[in-house]
Design a protein around this ligand. Sequence first.
Ligand code: PEP
Length: 263
Amino acid sequence: LVSRDNHPERSTVRVGGVPIGPGTVTLIAGPCAVETPQQTLEAALMAKAAGATLLRGGAYKPRTSPYAFQGLGEAGLRILADVRERTGLPVVTEVVDANDVELVASYADMLQVGTRNAQNFALLQAVGAAGKPVMLKRGMSATIEEWLMAAEYVAQRGNLDIVLCERGIRTFETATRNTLDVSAVPLAQRLSHLPVIVDPSHSGGHRDLVLPLTRAAIAVGADGVIIDVHPHPEQALCDGPQALVDGDLDELAQVMEHLPPLL
Ligand code: PEP
């Protein structure tokens, strides 16, 4: 279903009317985690000023440590819905448990499946049946074939509105959080008709790497990027070191404006 063999034209997925697909580079930005109404609104306004047309923000956070901030849950979803109302930005948010899919889908415009759940087949089937577009991150140790098969689980439930997201893979390198596999972008686009975006924030794990990796993503033909921003990253409850701050956003806007998509 997701193979390009039977569907030679590359697909465009619409999220609350915003296209992700060939011919555009969609900027999705916002806080890694929803923390407070004010923090989320400030991050969303920063994102919008930089050219973002979709808001990201996690209400359910899949943290490595059980002692780390786990997200606000439904209270976070309500904040996201309110910020969508104020900014007009449709919301992309992660769901980590098949039992929460219906609830998250009742607030979100796009459901995100994260790297740690990329082969959680029950979750993939549940998001496939939820009637909302899905962003499927690549498992941190998944091959491209495994990533596309995960997408097939979603598609099999009748949902072809799937966007693939390359977010870095595990390698021997520890200087970066993950290694951005730029070759995965054109490869996945050759094998599948689905749009492919890149997460330069979670791949590099460092603020200074986000803009160079964004340039790389656009240069290899990514259909979009998803970027963490935070008004006060030193106080962030999740992934502050990789969040862009106000001062970086003009540069981000320029990158988005001056690097047209490769058609
Ligand atoms: C995220 O985007 O908030 C996230 C947790 O990303 P990943 O699943 O790629 O680690």
